[in-house]
Design a protein around this ligand. Sequence first.
Ligand SMILES: Nc1ncnc2c1ncn2[C@@H]1O[C@H](COP(=O)(O)OP(=O)(O)O)[C@@H](O)[C@H]1O
Ligand SMILES: [Mg+2]
Length: 290
Amino acid sequence: MSRLGIFVDRKTLSNSEQLNALIRCRDVSEELGHDVDFIFPVDICKIPKMDALFIRARTDPMNITYVAARMAKFHGIPVIDDSESIQICSDKINMYSHLMKKSVSLPKTIFLSRNDLSVEHVSHLFDEMGSPLVVKEPSTSFSLRVEKVHSVAEFFKVARRFIKMSDWIVVQQFIESKYDWRIGVLDGKLLYACKYTIPSVTFKIQASVNGHLIYCGVESVPPDCVPPPVIQLGIDAANAIGSGLYGVDIKNNNGDAYVIEVNDNPSLESGEDTCYPLVYQTIVSHLLRT
Ligand SMILES: Nc1ncnc2c1ncn2[C@@H]1O[C@H](COP(=O)(O)OP(=O)(O)O)[C@@H](O)[C@H]1O
Ligand SMILES: [Mg+2]
C-alpha cells in the first residue's frame, strides 16, 4: 500500500471550499487503495516517509512549500508541485522567458529595468504595442499587482510603485476578452478546462473594488467544447515549464489565442473540474504510478 502526503497549511483549511476539495482528494486516494496523511508545516519531517507528495498550500520559493518540494526531490519522492516549477511560475520574467524560448503565443511582452523608464522609451511602447498597456510586477499573484494604463503619466505612476519591489517590470499588450480560459495540464496532457469570467467592473479575474474583493465566475467546460487550438496552446505552454500540474490562462481574441500566464498549484476548489470527475484520480495515479 502506498502513502500519499498532502501538504497543507492552516490558511488552506480555513476556506471551506478548499477543505471540501482536499477531502475529496483524500477519499479518491483511499478508494484507489492508498493511505493519505495531511502534512502540516510543523510535520514537514514526515515527508521522507511518503511515497508521493501533493502540495496544496500556496506555493512560493520564499515559503515552506518550497522546502517541502525540495525535500521530496532530495528523497526521490514524486512531488506536485516540483521545486523548479514553483521557482519558474512565481516569477513572471522567468515564466515568460521559458514560454518565449519555446515560441509559445503570448501578447507582445517586454521586460523593463529601472534604466529603461524614460518618457521617450515609454511613449514608443504605446506606439508599438497600442493602448492601454498592462503592467505587472513579476512576483504578482491573485491579480494583485497587474494594472492597465492608458497614458505615459499613468504608466509612470504604476511603474514607480512596482520598480520599488523588483528589478524588472513586465509590460504587455492588452488583449480584450470577456473570460480567461484556464487549461489544466498534467504531464503534458489535458486534465480539465474551465472559463473564468471577468467581472464587469474590472479587467482582471479578481480585484479589490472600493475595498471589496470581487471574484470571477467559474464554468467547467467539457473538452469537446474547448477550441482545439486553445487546448494545444495550454499543453505547449505547460510543456515549456515542466511535466507537472499547471493551470494555463489563455485569452482568445478574434480567433487568436495568447497565453497570459502559467500557474503552478492551480486551484481546483471552485468547480473548475465539474465536467472532469477523474481529476483527482488522474493526479493521484500519476503521483503513485510505480
Ligand atoms: N495582457 C493582458 N491583457 C488583458 N488582460 C490581462 C493581461 N494580462 C493579465 N490580464 C488580466 O489580469 C489577470 C491577472 O494577470 P496575471 O498575469 O495572471 O497575474 P497574476 O499572477 O497576479 O494572476 C489575468 O487573469 C487577466 O484577466
Ligand atoms: Mg493569474
